[in-house]
Design a protein around this ligand. Structure first.
Ligand code: SF4
Length: 121
């Protein structure tokens, strides 16, 4: 339990839509959200998820959709996370590497992108 007045990091999580559709229980069900809530995995502490953006193949609209989520929510996140299933997907994304996605997001938003959210199985 954090002390009163503790300000949680505000985070955006991006999931791989293709992976979500295949029903492996990840992401968007609980893993990323649990890790953010408890400050586990790659989160810096208990974190507030202010947007969850789903990538859709071939990923062309992802950067603009994240920009739109930030604009419409009127909350600028401290960190953007690529979900663990997006980063570790096997077979991997045929369109972009996680590094390319992270770079495009950082260039567009100026916000740090972390690759991966949790280590749960
Ligand atoms: S473009 Fe890649 S990361 Fe995005 S949904 Fe498709 S497979 Fe997943």
């Amino acid at each position: 339990m954090k002390e009163k007045g503790y300000i949680m990091e505000k985070v955006v999580i991006i999931g791989c839509g293709a992976y979500m559709d295949s029903g492996y229980g990840c992401p968007g069900e609980w893993r990323c959200l649990k890790a953010a809530s408890l400050g586990q995995g790659n989160f810096n502490g208990e974190s507030s998820v202010v947007s969850f953006v789903r990538c859709e193949c071939p990923g062309r609209s992802l950067v603009s959709n994240v920009g739109m989520a930030i604009r419409l929510s009127e909350i600028r996140p401290d960190v953007i996370y690529l979900s663990s299933c997006l980063v570790n997907a096997m077979p991997s994304c045929p369109y972009s590497t996680p590094q390319e996605i992270a770079k495009a997001l950082e260039e567009k938003t100026g916000i740090k992108v972390v690759q991966g959210t949790h280590d749960y199985h």
